[in-house]
Write a protein that binds this ligand. Structure first.
Ligand code: ADP
Length: 602
C-alpha cells in the first residue's frame, strides 16, 4: 500500500508517501517554521524554498503538489498520523473518527506542545483526503502494558488519578519496530525474547521489553524523565530543580524551558545538542564535552543494569536513534565490560557499525557473547505506514465479509383477486416506494389485520401481486392479534393460520397465510460464491451491536440473480439486538470457522 505518513510538530510538518512493506519513500517533504514569515519547504533533502504557511493546513497544501509529483498518480491507500500522547485511552493504532479527534484534543494537558500540532495535521489531512482511512499511531501506545508498579509515581494517589499523573512512556513506535527487526535478525519471535532497547537520538529513552511487551521505560508522564537528551535533563532531583528556580527567580514556564530546552547535552557541553559536535570537541580536549558524553553514557548504562534486573535475563541490547545507530564512542562507553550478563562488545565491529536502511541490523557483540548487542536502524515513519496499512487491510476484510441488514416491518402480499375484493374491481396497487430488492415496492395501500383477539390497522401492502396471499408479522404481533403463526420461509403458507383483512371496499377472510418470516439473506450468485454458500443453506451471522457480540442463528440463504445482498430480520429481532437504522447497516459474518458463514443445515 501507499501510505501518506504525517508527523506534525508545533511549527513543522513532515510528510512522506511510504510503501508499507519495504519502507521505500515515494516522495518526502518537510515544511518548517509554520506560522512565521520565514516558513520554508524542503523537497526531500533539497534546498529551502520559501512558502506561505500560516498554519498546518496551508503547510499541507504546499506539500501536497510536491508529493503528488513524486508519487506519479499512484493512489494513497491510507494516511497514518504520528500522535505523541495517547494517554490511558489508546493502546493501539486507531482509526480516526470524530470521537478519536475529541479524545486527542482532551489529552492536550498531558502534551500541550505536541497533541494540538498533531491534531492540526490530522484535521488538515482529513480535509485533503476525506475518502481514505486515517489512522492515529501513538508514541505512548506500546507502553500501555507497563504494570502498575512501573507506571505509578509515589505521590498522593487521589491527586495522581485526578490529573492523570503516571508514567506513559514515549518512543513506543520506535522501540516496537526495532524489537521486531532485531527478533527477525535473530531468527526469533519478539514474543520469545527479553530485550533492552536504547533509543538514543535527540530525544532518548530505554525500554525493557519482556516477551514482546513493554514492562519498563525511562520516559514518564512527559518525555522529560530518564536519559540525558539533546536539550532535556532527564532524571533530576525535583528538589534541585526547585532550588534553582527559587534561587534564579524562575517561574514554572522558566523552569520548564530550563529543563526541556537548555539542559541535557546542550547544558552540559555548552556547545549545543549535536553529539557529533560534542564528540569532536571531546576529542580535541574539551572537558565539558567529555563530561557530557560521560554523563550521557553512564545514565544509559545505569538504566541497562536496572532493566536487566527487571527482566531477570537479557537476550539482546539494541542501540538505535541517530546516536545509537552511529556513535561507536557512545556504544563503547555504554556496552564495554558488561560481562555481568555475558555481553561482550566486539570492538572492531562496533567501530565501523552504522545501522541504516541499507544495513538495518548489525551485530556488535562477539560470536560467543551470551547477550547479543545490536545496532538497529529505526524508522518510525515506516512503522506508522505499516500500522496504518494493517488497519486499512482489516477494514477491507470486514467490508468483504459484511452484509447490510434491513429490518422488515409487518406487511402483506396479496393476490390480484384479493386486491380487487379489498380495494374494488379493477384496482391496481399503487407503488409508493421502491424496495431494496429489485422489482419490489411498498404500496400506498394499507389494510387492517383483524385477529381473534385484537386488530392492527395501517399495515402496508407490498407489490407486485403474488400467487398466494401472505401476511408477515412479528412474534409480538402474533400475541397481540391472538394467533399462533409458524416461522416460515416466504411463500410457504400451507397449514398456517388465517386472518381477516379489512380494506376500504370490503374485507376478506384468508383461510391461511399468516407467517412469522424466517430470518433470511438475499444474495446474488456472486455473493454466494464469495461466501461459499448455496441457496437453501442455513447459516449463522454475527452482528456487533452496542458493543455486544450477538449471533443470529438459523438464517436462511436465498440466492437468485434478482437479489441484492441484504439480510432481513423482523422488528422484534432488531429491537432485541438494539439495531438502529444507521448501525443496522453492516453485519459481520461468523468468524473462527473455515468458511466465513457456518453451514448448519443443508
Ligand atoms: P531525533 O530524536 O530528533 O529523531 P535522531 O535520532 O536523528 O534525532 O538523532 C540525532 C542525534 O544523533 C544527534 O545528536 C546527532 O548528533 C546524532 N548523530 C547522528 N549521527 C551521528 C554520528 N555519526 N555520531 C554521533 N552522533 C550522531
Amino acid at each position: 500500500m501507499n501510505v501518506l505518513v504525517l508527523n506534525c510538530g508545533s511549527s513543522s510538518l513532515k510528510a512522506a508517501i511510504i510503501d508499507d512493506v519495504t519502507g521505500e519513500r515515494r516522495g518526502r517533504v518537510r515544511v518548517e517554521r509554520i506560522g512565521e514569515p520565514e516558513a520554508a519547504l524542503f523537497d526531500a533533502d533539497g534546498p529551502a524554498v520559501p512558502c506561505a504557511a500560516k498554519d498546518h493546513g496551508e503547510a499541507l497544501a504546499a506539500a501536497l503538489p510536491v508529493l503528488e509529483r513524486a508519487r506519479g498518480g499512484a493512489p494513497i491507500d491510507g494516511v497514518g498520523h504520528r500522535v505523541v500522547h495517547g494517554g490511558a485511552r489508546f493502546s493501539q493504532p486507531t482509526r480516526v473518527d470524530e470521537s478519536v479527534l475529541e479524545a486527542i484534543a482532551a489529552l492536550t494537558p498531558l502534551a500541550p506542545l505536541h497533541n494540538p500540532a498533531n491534531l492540526a495535521g490530522i484535521i488538515a489531512a482529513l480535509r485533503a483526503f476525506p475518502d481514505v482511512p486515517h489512522v492515529a499511531v501513538f508514541d505512548t501506545a506500546f507502553h500501555a502494558t507497563l504494570p502498575p508498579r512501573a507506571r505509578s509515581y509515589a505521590i498522593d494517589l487521589e491527586l495522581a488519578k485526578k490529573h492523570g499523573v503516571r508514567r506513559y512512556g514515549f518512543h513506543g513506535t520506535s522501540h516496537a519496530f526495532v524489537a521486531a527487526r532485531a527478533a527477525a535478525f535473530l531468527g526469533a519471535k519478539p514474543g520469545d525474547l527479553r530485550l533492552i532497547s536504547c533509543h538514543l537520538g535527540n530525544g532518548a529513552s530505554v525500554c525493557a521489553i519482556e516477551f514482546g511487551r513493554s514492562v519498563e521505560t525511562s520516559m514518564g508522564m512527559t518525555p522529560l524523565e530518564g536519559l540525558v537528551m539533546g536539550t532535556r535533563s532527564g532524571d533530576i532531583d525535583v528538589g534541585a530543580a526547585l532550588h534553582v528556580a527559587r534561587a534564579e527567580g524562575l517561574d514554572l514556564d522558566g523552569l520548564d524551558a530550563l529543563l526541556n530546552k537548555k539542559s541535557g547535552l546542550a547544558g552540559l557541553s555548552g556547545v549545543g545538542n549535536d553529539m557529533r559536535d560534542i564528540e569532536d570537541r571531546a576529542a580535541a580536549g574539551d572537558e565539558r564535552a567529555r563530561l557530557a558524553i560521560h554523563v550521557f553514557c553512564h545514565r544509559v548504562r545505569k538504566y541497562i543494569g536496572a532493566y536487566a534486573a527487571v527482566l531477570g535475563a537479557v537476550d539482546a541490547i539494541l542501540f538505535t536513534g541517530g546516536i545509537g545507530q552511529n556513535s561507536a564512542v557512545v556504544r563503547h562507553k555504554i556496552a564495554h565490560n558488561l560481562q555481568l550478563f555475558g555481553a561482550t562488545l566486539d570492538e572492531d565491529e562496533n567501530r565501523s557499525a552504522r545501522a541504516s536502511a541499507a544495513r538495518p541490523v548489525i551485530r556488535i557483540s562477539t560470536d560467543t557473547s551470551r547477550t547479543h548487542l545490536l545496532a538497529v536502524a529505526t524508522d518510525e515513519e515506516h512503522a506508522i505506514a505499516g500500522e496504518t496499512a494493517k488497519l486499512v487491510a482489516r477494514r477491507d476484510e470486514v467490508a468483504q465479509r459484511s452484509i447490510p441488514i434491513a429490518v422488515s416491518a409487518r406487511h402483506i402480499h396479496l393476490r390480484k383477486e384479493t386486491v380487487e375484493q379489498l380495494f374494488g374491481p379493477g384496482h391496481e396497487l399503487t407503488p409508493l416506494k421502491e424496495l431494496s430488492q429489485p422489482g419490489q415496492f411498498a404500496c400506498e395501500e394499507v389494510l387492517e389485520i383483524v385477529g381473534p383477539k385484537r386488530s392492527i390497522a395501517g399495515v402496508r401492502v407490498l407489490g407486485p401481486v403474488r400467487p398466494a396471499d401472505q401476511v408477515e408479522v412479528s412474534r409480538t404481533d402474533e400475541f397481540f392479534l391472538g394467533l399462533d403463526a409458524p416461522v416460515r420461509d416466504s411463500g410457504d403458507v400451507r397449514g398456517t393460520p388465517g386472518v381477516t383483512l379489512v380494506g376500504p371496499k370490503g374485507s376478506v377472510t384468508l383461510k391461511e397465510g399468516v407467517i412469522c418470516a424466517r430470518r433470511h439473506i438475499h444474495m446474488a450468485p456472486e455473493d454466494a460464491a464469495r461466501f461459499g454458500v448455496a441457496d437453501g443453506d442455513v447459516v449463522e451471522v454475527a452482528v456487533d451491536s452496542s458493543g455486544r457480540d450477538l449471533t443470529f442463528g438459523d438464517v436462511l440463504v436465498r440466492v437468485s440473480p434478482k437479489y441484492r445482498l441484504e439480510m432481513h430480520v423482523d422488528t422484534d429481532e432488531a429491537n432485541a439486538a438494539e439495531l438502529v437504522p444507521k448501525h443496522a447497516g453492516l453485519l459481520e459474518l461468523t468468524q473462527g470457522t473455515a468458511t466465513p458463514l457456518r453451514r448448519v443445515l443443508r
